[in-house]
Design a protein around this ligand. Structure first.
Ligand code: ATP
Ligand code: MG
Length: 302
């Protein structure tokens, strides 16, 4: 096994919904792979499977014949939707180990000609995993990464978390070195961060052996969906100032990313939009470039 990579595992998490977790996982992940030629694995552990739907739409995949047929009809220009059997389900159920490496295709879908892979989410995940012992579910991602030496195969493993607190969240955090917290510039957004910090402390203290040789560090807060024009408006600026000066950031020494993630309405309109592939040269592209560089810097510094 080569020592080529020393992969880092990073969860995108906030117990608040709709703050940009999925969008940032996808955009930062794609830029790392596409332009910066890093080996990237995305993991969709959110039962809403938004990340999976987006990646499947961009690269032409579906999980079943029925869905492939539907997608072929909807996108009449593209009649070659491919079917993949890769699914997070096989990871959570512990179906794959290094004793049978061919089985890894049942978890990881590698996008051809890209250094990008994804462990797709699964519709009905709660139903599928309902009989699993919560301990084995919570250890499953950690075990999968270790047993298959994935830190040697990827530079970055990015996990898109659900907005709820569940065994899925615990599974993601237990496997992670870092977590990134997207927040919207809203009055009570830091309450969610406070709650998340408590959850992380709890997970660390109840799983000490897992964190004996490594941390689970807050990489920083990213303020999302900031409108370029509103940046000049005192309302948003005040909210950003409030976040900067909040007790929770100062008290815990949590970093705030210098760059905020700018609003781009194409992200809402088009599930297949990718900033790194777009011609948004004025705002979004330089913004994603700067954000991704910050992200790389902090994961390198430790
Ligand atoms: N920078 C942005 N500019 C415009 N729209 C955005 C931006 N970031 C996210 N959005 C839109 O906001 C909505 C919520 O974003 P996203 O799905 O990434 O949030 P989330 O935190 O993953 O949500 P959930 O908690 O439901 O998983 C989506 O419609 C997305 O397209
Ligand atoms: Mg999401």
């Amino acid at each position: 096994m080569s020592e080529k990579y020393n992969g880092k595992v990073i969860s995108f998490i906030n117990m608040k919904g709709g703050v940009g977790k999925t969008t940032l996982t996808k955009e930062i992940g794609f830029r790392l792979a596409n332009t910066l030629h890093k080996n990237v694995l995305l993991i969709d552990i959110d039962p809403q499977i938004n990340l999976t739907q987006s990646i499947f739409k961009i690269f032409g995949y579906a999980q079943t014949e029925d869905l492939a047929e539907k997608a072929n009809i909807e996108e009449s220009k593209n009649n070659n939707i491919k079917i993949t059997e890769a699914s997070i389900q096989n990871v959570l159920q512990g179906n794959i180990s290094n004793s049978n490496p061919t089985k890894i295709n049942k978890a990881i879908l590698k996008i051809p000609n890209k250094s990008l892979s994804i462990i797709p989410g699964e519709f009905g995940l709660e139903f599928i995993t309902r009989n699993l012992n919560s301990g084995s579910l919570e250890n499953s991602i950690y075990n999968f990464i270790e047993e298959n030496n994935l830190r040697r195969a990827y530079d970055y493993i990015l996990i898109d978390c659900p907005p709820t607190y569940s065994s899925y969240t615990i599974a993601a955090l237990k496997a992670s070195d870092y977590y990134v917290v997207p927040v919207k510039p809203e009055a009570y957004s830091m309450l969610g961060v406070d709650m998340l910090e408590k959850v992380v402390e709890e997970i660390k203290s109840t799983n000490k052996p897992y964190f004996k040789d490594r941390g689970l560090k807050n990489l920083g807060i990213i303020i999302t969906d900031v409108r370029e024009k509103e940046k000049e408006q005192t309302g948003i600026l005040n909210l950003i100032e409030d976040i900067k000066n909040s007790k929770i950031l100062k008290g815990k020494g949590i970093r705030l990313f210098n760059n905020h993630f700018l609003h781009n309405s194409s992200l809402q309109r088009n599930m297949a939009y990718l900033i790194d592939n777009s011609n948004a040269e004025k705002y979004s592209k330089p913004n994603l470039t700067a954000l991704t560089n910050e992200f790389i810097k902090y994961t390198t510094e430790g």
